[in-house]
Design a protein around this ligand. Structure first.
Ligand code: GDP
Ligand code: ZN
Length: 349
């Protein structure tokens, strides 16, 4: 490689003073800094570069004697010169009223929303908000129901109801336990990309890396409220990793230094996880009130039969969505989340 040659890498961490980059799917971390101001057009994000971003970088200076090229070091970090166009990104707003957004993660292939039935209790409107965000950005979602070791007979009914609401809406659910290991192999498989339906993905590969069996490892977002077991699951997926389990309070995560905590992890079994500790919720941007229903897949489908277009599915005669709610094809819970979001968006816009 030549000095000053432009190359491409992925951002895996931002520590405040510098970024850590790697050339995926390898995991060769090196430090980098921003040169001057990189501003994304029309973006109100407080962080121009986020975990998951693909960036161009340069390394300046002369190669050390006998060395093949220049390696970035803390003294001579790579310089990020450009942020590539994002295929998607997930943002957080400090408040609903805030115009400013913080990008939590960019370019994710899939999202795992981690919840527990009771420990802490899942709040369906919150879950639905996360699901809508993923729909907006076209990110395939799996609901991960953790702490299954704690569910007994007393939970059976609620478990079944939960399955029926979300599987009914089209979302896959996997039941796992970071404690007993239940479901962990399945999660690993999904992250490694080895479960792809394409025969191509399971072919013998080039052996180029630890992921070199031809599968394309995925970049997955791990989200969910504090305490559901995100860190524990990451540790269960790969015991070599060291996410902080336990005591991160949301209070610590408010304010300016939040970026420090978002980080991409490299799984030995293949795949990359972006953890989002302490997230209360994602912000909804760029979505109009009358578009919200498009991101409830089961409502979108039913709405083809509504008498009026557009239809807010609230008071209109001949509304197929309301009919589906009455007949039980759309769950009351999902519909009331929708109404809640309509209300809220109306209030803040
Ligand atoms: P995070 O805030 O989402 O990262 O959650 P943590 O991984 O820090 O876990 C919160 C608490 O739940 C810790 O005390 C964990 O030991 C516990 N925990 C996590 N997963 C499980 C599980 O599968 N079963 C049980 N019984 N406890 C769990
Ligand atoms: Zn309607």
């Amino acid at each position: 490689m030549e000095p000053n040659m432009k190359r491409t890498a992925t951002v895996v961490k931002h520590t405040g003073s510098h970024y850590l980059l790697t050339e995926l799917p390898e995991w060769n971390l090196f430090p980098a800094v921003l040169r001057g101001k990189i501003r994304l057009k029309g973006s109100s994000a407080t962080n121009p570069v986020a975990v998951g971003d693909t960036v161009s970088y340069e390394i300046c200076g002369e190669p050390a004697e006998g060395a093949e090229g220049i390696t970035a070091t803390t003294e001579n970090p790579a310089v990020i010169t450009e942020v590539h166009k994002r295929k998607n990104y997930i943002i957080r707003r400090s408040t609903n009223l805030s115009r400013q957004a913080h990008i939590i993660a960019a370019n994710v292939d899939m999202a795992f929303i981690v919840i527990t039935l009771d420990f802490p209790e899942v709040k369906l409107p919150f879950l639905d908000r996360l699901l809508v965000t993923c729909e907006v950005y076209n990110v395939p979602v799996t609901i991960v129901l953790n702490k299954c070791d704690l569910y007994g007979d007393e939970h059976r009914e609620r478990l079944e109801a939960f399955h029926s609401i979300y599987e009914g809406a089209g979302y896959p659910i996997i039941e796992v336990s970071a404690k007993t290991g239940q479901g962990i192999a399945r999660l690993r498989e999904m992250l490694s990309g080895k479960t792809g339906t394409s025969a191509h993905e399971t072919q013998e590969g080039t052996g180029e890396s630890s992921h070199g069996d031809g599968a394309k490892p995925h970049i997955a977002l791990f989200s969910g409220v504090s305490g559901v077991g995100k860190s524990s699951l990451i540790k269960a997926l790969d015991p070599a990793l060291e996410p902080r389990v336990g005591d991160i309070s949301e209070a610590h995560l408010q304010g300016k230094h939040t970026t420090t905590f978002y980080e991409m992890y490299n799984l030995e079994s293949g795949g990359f996880i972006i953890d989002t500790p302490g997230i209360r919720g994602f912000g909804l941007v760029d979505i109009d009130r009358d578009e919200i229903a498009l991101y409830f897949p089961e409502m979108l489908e039913a709405s083809q039969e509504c008498r009026f277009t557009p239809c807010t599915h609230t008071h209109e005669p001949g509304c197929a969505v309301k009919e589906a709610v009455e007949s039980g094809r759309i769950s009351v819970e999902r519909y009331s989340s929708y109404l809640g979001m309509l209300d809220e968006e109306g209030k803040y816009r």
